[in-house]
Design a protein around this ligand. Structure first.
Ligand SMILES: Cc1ncc(COP(=O)(O)O)c(C=O)c1O
Length: 403
């Protein structure tokens, strides 16, 4: 249960947050609490002893919640060795192959995987392998609202918040509408520049930072079939929506398509670029990174996560719990309730969203914004019905306060 002992943020959290505001070069208004590491399931505790219900899930990167006993066991299995991170491309460990096989086991049709450290790196390497043999490429193609990470290659594909992008030299990119018009525009682009000019097309099949928008069947199948017909590599970015959050392992599976390449990270605990045969370059050393495939503990936790999702049938329960959350949000008469599985969002009036997120935290519920005025509801896969009800009650209360 949510249990607040202090005003939020509490005194100890306030001191740490003030230090970070001054000294963290990547300061970005974090939530008003500092986590202590304590917590259980969907609940986490801050360093002031306040217990929060987490519908933000470390931005979809903590799918099994806090202090899951089977994950704690994995951590303790690794507590008698050092280093935990190896230069995995040059000095390999068993977990490297085990994780690649785990990923391929849930990715029919895919043949090879490159492991890295983050979502941006997973995308960056997807970009590289898609581009590698396309000698006449002139530009990349992504979609309105897209977010693929902060490294310069990934940022070139970005059409979410301008603050992420402004001030950098980026690669040439064509932005397609995130709508049924996308296929026609892609066709027109090919007519003007030729298919070989298009390095690749990249799409989030449930758009994350851009607003938890679900592309229509017509949009996805239209763009996909044009790519197939013209030999243009098709990349799916699964960094946020993958590893079961939408009720399928990968969000592109909702469309019955098979991308050439996809990226994963967050819930997987490491970055992964996954591809069909023929996309990774043959030359040894062409794709690499010091810690690629060498983060032993992260790999073990990621593999156990996949195992537990299978064992506890969490894809099915994500779909069921997601339907229940949408029903409860609709009962509150919120605008634009949408989502797949446990990737859910709703809209607020312009200008109210950030206040809403802060007020929820002050009432002990962690949620996240996305898009311009949307709120993400992304609880861990271990969420229970009474916990959903507790969170929805807070949402209802805060909606009333801000009305
Ligand atoms: C769809 C998508 N791609 C890529 C990224 C970048 O991942 P990371 O922050 O781990 O670099 C994100 C992060 O939110 C994302 O949502």
């Amino acid at each position: 249960m949510i249990k607040l002992k202090t005003k939020i943020p509490g005194l100890r959290s306030t001191r740490i947050l003030a230090g970070l505001k001054k000294k963290n070069g990547g300061w970005g208004e974090p939530h008003p609490l500092v986590l202590s590491g304590k917590g259980k399931g969907a609940y986490c505790e801050d360093i002031d002893g306040n217990v929060f219900l987490d519908f933000a899930c470390q931005i979809a990167s903590n799918p099994l919640g806090y202090n899951h006993p089977e994950l704690l066991k994995v951590v303790s299995d690794y507590n008698k060795r050092f280093p935990l991170k190896y230069a995995g491309q040059d000095f390999t460990i068993e977990e490297h192959l085990d994780m690649i096989e785990s990923i391929l086991g849930i990715s029919p049709g895919m043949n090879q995987v490159f492991l890295s450290n983050s979502g941006a790196e997973a995308v960056e390497n997807a970009i590289k392998i898609a581009m590698h043999d396309r000698n006449k490429k002139k530009f990349t193609v992504s979609f309105q609202g897209a977010f693929h990470g902060r490294t310069l290659g990934a940022l070139s594909l970005h059409h979410s918040k301008p603050v992420h992008r402004e001030g950098y030299i980026l690669e040439p990119n064509k932005e397609l509408p995130f709508s049924d018009l996308a296929g026609d525009e892609l066709q027109e682009t090919i007519k003007q520049h030729g298919a070989d000019a298009v390095a690749f097309v990249i799409l989030e099949h449930l758009q994350g930072e851009g607003g938890y928008r679900i592309p229509s069947d017509k949009m996805v199948k239209g763009v996909y079939s044009i790519c197939k017909k013209n030999g243009i590599p098709y990349i799916a970015d699964e960094v946020q929506a993958g590893i079961g959050r939408t009720g399928k392992w990968w969000s592109f599976e909702h469309y019955g398509i098979k991308p050439d390449i996809f990226s994963s990270a967050k819930a997987l605990q490491v970055g992964a670029t996954v591809a069909r045969k023929g996309f990774f370059p043959d030359e040894p050393g062409s794709i690499s990174s010091t810690w690629g495939g060498g983060h032993a503990l992260d790999l073990a936790v990621g593999m156990k996560t996949i195992e537990l999702i299978k064992k506890h049938k969490l894809l099915e329960s994500n779909r069921k719990n997601g339907d229940y959350i949408k029903k409860r949000l609709n009962e509150l008469r919120l605008e634009g309730v949408r989502g797949r599985g446990l990737a859910i969002a709703f809209d607020l009036e312009n200008g109210k969203r950030d206040k809403f997120v802060l007020e929820c935290a002050r009432h002990g519920l962690l949620v996240l914004g996305c898009g311009i005025n949307s709120v993400r509801v992304i609880p861990p896969y271990v969420i229970k019905k009474d916990e959903i009800d507790e969170g929805i009650d807070v949402i209802g209360k805060v909606v009333k306060i801000l009305r």
